[in-house]
Design a protein around this ligand. Structure first.
Ligand SMILES: NC(=O)C1=CN([C@@H]2O[C@H](COP(=O)(O)OP(=O)(O)OC[C@H]3O[C@@H](n4cnc5c(N)ncnc54)[C@H](OP(=O)(O)O)[C@@H]3O)[C@@H](O)[C@H]2O)C=CC1
Ligand SMILES: C[C@H]1O[C@H](OP(=O)(O)OP(=O)(O)OC[C@H]2O[C@@H](n3cnc4c(=O)[nH]c(N)nc43)[C@H](O)[C@@H]2O)[C@@H](O)[C@@H](O)C1=O
Length: 318
C-alpha cells in the first residue's frame, strides 16, 4: 500500500520542523514540503497549481506570519493579511483537490483579553480581544471557522489545534520581533558574554504566560491528527471544533526571566522597561478536552528552557 503523503506547510519553522521530526520518528508516511521561497502560500494560483500537481493525502498547516507582541503591534496589516491568505488558500485548495484531512494551527490569542482563567474552548468569541494582537487573532479565528465551514458544507475533516506560547529548537531569536523566551535566551546569553551588569526586560513582569515546548506541540499535533473521526467528533462540536494545547501551568514573566537568568548563568541585575506593552494579563489554557482524549504535555519549563538554551547556542555555532 502506498504510504500516506502529508504536506507539512511551514516545515522550516519552529513548529513545522518539530512536526517533521515527529512524523519521521513515527515513520510510515511520505512528507511533502515546500519552502516559502519555493511556494508563497499567499499566492492563490500558485497554491492551487501545487495541490493539483502534488495531490497530498493530508495537510498540516503550520505556515503563518508569526511574531511576538512587538511584531504584532508593529505590523498589524501584514499579520492579518498574510495569515488570512495562507489559510484561505490552503484550505480551499485542499478541498478542491479532494484532500479529506487537514490540521490547522491557531493560537491561544484567539480568546478574549479577560476570559475566565483557565480559558475553555467555549470562551471563543465571548469578549473583546487583546489589542496588541487582535489582527492576528482575527485571522486565526477565521482559520477555525474556515475549517468548520468546509466540514459542515462539504463533509471535510479539517481540525484545529490552539497552541499556547511555544518555544524550543528552531525558534525566532530576532531581538525585536521574537517571542519572550527566545528574546530573553539571546539577551541573557549576550549579557553573560559581555559581562554586562544588567538585563532589561519588557513590561512590568506581572503578566502570566503558559509555555509549551515545541516537541510536545508536535506530538500533540500528530496525536490530534491521528484521532479517529468518532473520537474527535465525540469531544468537539461542529461549530466549536478547536482543541487547546498547553501545559495547564503558567508563571509570571518575572519568574520566567529569573529562571532564564539561572539557566544562562547571568548574575547581574534585572530591570524592567515599562514603556513596553504587557499585553494580555494572563492566558492560561484549559487543557481538559485534550487530556480527556488521552494527551498531556510532558516537558516541564525548567527542562525545556535548558534544552532551548542549548539549541540557541547551537544556532550560534551553525
Ligand atoms: N511560536 C509560538 O509561540 C506560537 C505559534 N503558533 C502557531 O504555530 C504555527 C507555527 O509557528 P512557528 O513555527 O512558531 O512560526 P515560524 O515563524 O517559526 O514558522 C512559520 C513558517 O511559515 C513559513 N511561512 C510564513 N509565511 C509564508 C508564506 N507566505 N508562504 C509560505 N511559507 C510561509 C515561514 O517561512 P519563512 O520563515 O521562510 O518566511 C516559516 O517556515 C503558526 O500557525 C503559529 O501561528 C501558535 C501559538 C504560539
Ligand atoms: C503566542 C502569542 O505571542 C504573542 O503574545 P504574547 O504572549 O504577549 O507574546 P510575547 O511572547 O511577545 O510576550 C509575552 C510577555 O513577555 C513580555 N516580555 C518581556 N521581555 C520581552 C522581550 O524581550 N520580548 C518579548 N517578545 N516579550 C517580552 C511581554 O511584554 C509580554 O508581557 C502574540 O504574538 C500572540 O499573537 C500569540 O499568539
Amino acid at each position: 500500500m502506498k504510504p500516506e503523503r502529508i504536506f507539512v506547510a511551514g516545515h522550516r519553522g519552529m513548529v513545522g520542523s518539530a512536526i517533521v521530526r515527529r512524523l519521521q520518528a513515527e515513520g510510515g508516511c511520505e512528507i511533502l514540503t515546500r519552502a516559502h521561497h519555493e511556494l508563497d502560500l499567499t499566492d492563490q494560483a500558485a497554491v492551487h497549481r501545487f495541490f493539483q500537481v502534488e495531490r497530498p493525502d493530508r495537510v498540516i498547516l503550520a505556515a503563518a506570519r508569526v511574531g511576538g507582541i512587538h511584531a504584532n503591534n508593529t505590523y498589524p496589516a501584514e499579520f492579518i493579511y498574510q495569515n488570512l491568505m495562507i489559510e484561505a488558500n490552503v484550505v480551499h485548495a485542499a478541498h478542491t483537490t479532494d484532500v479529506q484531512h487537514l490540521l490547522f494551527l491557531g493560537s491561544s490569542c484567539i480568546y478574549p483579553r479577560l476570559a475566565p482563567q483557565p480559558m475553555r474552548e467555549d470562551a471563543l468569541l465571548t469578549g473583546t480581544l487583546e489589542a496588541t494582537n487582535e489582527p492576528y487573532a482575527i485571522a486565526k479565528i477565521a482559520g477555525i471557522k474556515l475549517c468548520e465551514s468546509y466540514n459542515r458544507q462539504y463533509g471535510r475533516d479539517y481540525r484545529s489545534v490552539m497552541p499556547t506560547n511555544l518555544y524550543g529548537p528552531g525558534d525566532n531569536y530576532h531581538p525585536e520581533n521574537s517571542h519572550v523566551i527566545p528574546a530573553l535566551l539571546r539577551r541573557f546569553h549576550e549579557a553573560v558574554q559581555a559581562d554586562a551588569p544588567e538585563v532589561v526586560i519588557w513590561g512590568s513582569g506581572t503578566p502570566m504566560r503558559e509555555f509549551l515546548h515545541v516537541d510536545d506541540m508536535a506530538e500533540a499535533s500528530v496525536f490530534v491528527m491521528r484521532l479517529d473521526d468518532a473520537t474527535y467528533q465525540a469531544h468537539t462540536q461542529p461549530m466549536l471544533s478547536h482543541i487547546n494545547v498547553g501545559t495547564g501551568v503558567d508563571c509570571t514573566i518575572r519568574e520566567l526571566a529569573e529562571t532564564i537568568a539561572r539557566v544562562s548563568g547571568f548574575k547581574g541585575r534585572l530591570t524592567w522597561d515599562t514603556s513596553k506593552p504587557d499585553g494580555t494579563p494572563r492566558k492560561l489554557m484549559d487543557v481538559s478536552r485534550l487530556a480527556s482524549l488521552g494527551w498531556r504535555a510532558r516537558i516541564g519549563l525548567d527542562e525545556g528552557l535548558h534544552d532551548a538554551y542549548a539549541a540557541f547556542r547551537r544556532s550560534l555555532a551553525a
